[in-house]
Design a protein around this ligand. Structure first.
Ligand SMILES: Nc1ncnc2c1ncn2[C@@H]1O[C@H](COP(=O)(O)OP(=O)(O)O)[C@@H](O)[C@H]1O
Ligand SMILES: [Mg+2]
Length: 281
């Protein structure tokens, strides 16, 4: 099996538009990696109670190499939507496509990370990251190379043999991200990935995710209820509202690809935050 290293993924070969007149490298930003069309989800009411309309017809897309957030208050259907995209939950109506292929269940083209670092507690960091590769039938030397690569990317080479309980929450979540990245998914689906972390660790993991995205160019759809986090990390974001769960607005974030904490003091950042917070109130 051909295993491109993380370093080679930072190359521009996939990203260059060879049909363009100028030779400027471009991101393949026009091709859609993920598309949801008219996604509805109704849950049966518990104990014969009224049905819950968790999603009432969601249209969205994520471009190749984009980092997009789904932002909304608790209960607006973010996890339901992400689980439908991940194939863990079925839509009542509508369509989800990854690379033009309809999603009918979980698959190695979508890597998922949840809030509560769902690592195997009895497996070492290395074995946690390697697990999906074994399932996918990767040969041993490819697995070792890929895992070593990823340990470097997430800054945990020295902890390869540690067990999850020996790590801090932030480190565990980096392992979960490495594990989700290992089989080279087309898209990474993150559900409140930093929600269980203290404020300081959360900020450092936000920087980590931004750097990871800049280096690997993996396409990311992230769920969050944190307005600052969504603006700071995303190229684009969807603001959701509840009862019924729906997309209220799509916002293009104006800060380009390389950004640092300074953008949080940019007037456009502050204005955007105010207007989103008004909307969520
Ligand atoms: N398995 C389920 N059965 C019944 N209702 C559910 C189920 N999962 C979620 N819901 C309901 O759907 C709505 C959206 O939930 P969820 O997607 O978890 O929201 P969020 O992730 O934005 O907090 C909520 O009203 C929730 O109670
Ligand atoms: Mg949720």
């Amino acid at each position: 099996m051909n295993v491109p290293s993380i370093a080679s993924q930072t190359g521009t070969t996939d990203l260059v538009d060879i049909t363009s007149d100028d030779n400027e490298p471009k991101h393949a930003g026009d091709s859609q990696k993920l598309r949801c069309a008219g996604v509805k989800k109704t849950f049966k009411g518990a104990g014969g109670g009224p049905a819950v309309e968790a999603l009432s017809g969601v249209d969205l897309y994520v471009r190749d190499n984009e980092l997009v957030s789904l932002l909304g208050t608790s209960g607006c259907g973010k996890s339901t939507l992400l689980n439908i995209i991940g194939g863990l939950e079925t839509a009542s109506e509508g369509l989800v496509e990854v690379d033009g292929e309809q999603v009918v269940g979980p698959g190695p083209d979508r890597g998922m990370v949840f809030q509560n670092y769902s690592l195997f507690p009895w497996k070492s960091v290395r074995k946690n990251i390697s697990f999906g590769l074994e399932v996918a039938g990767w040969g041993k030397s490819d697995r070792v190379e890929r895992v070593n690569d990823l340990l470097g990317v997430v800054g945990l080479s020295e902890f390869a043999e540690a067990l999850p309980r020996e790590l801090s929450g932030g480190m565990r979540q980096r392992v979960a991200i490495a594990r989700a990245l290992a089989p080279e998914p087309d898209i990474l689906l993150l559900d409140e990935p930093f929600g269980a972390l203290d404020a300081h660790t959360r900020r450092s993991l936000q920087e980590f995710l931004l750097t990871l995205w800049q280096r690997t160019r993996v396409t990311i759809l992230m769920v969050t209820h944190d307005v600052d986090e969504a603006i700071y990390l995303s190229q684009r974001l969807y603001v959701m509202q509840s009862h019924p769960g729906r997309i209220a607005e799509e916002i293009e974030v104006p800060f380009g690809e390389s950004r640092g904490p300074m953008v949080k003091r940019d007037q456009r950042f502050l204005d955007l935050r105010d207007s989103i917070e008004d909307q969520l109130r």
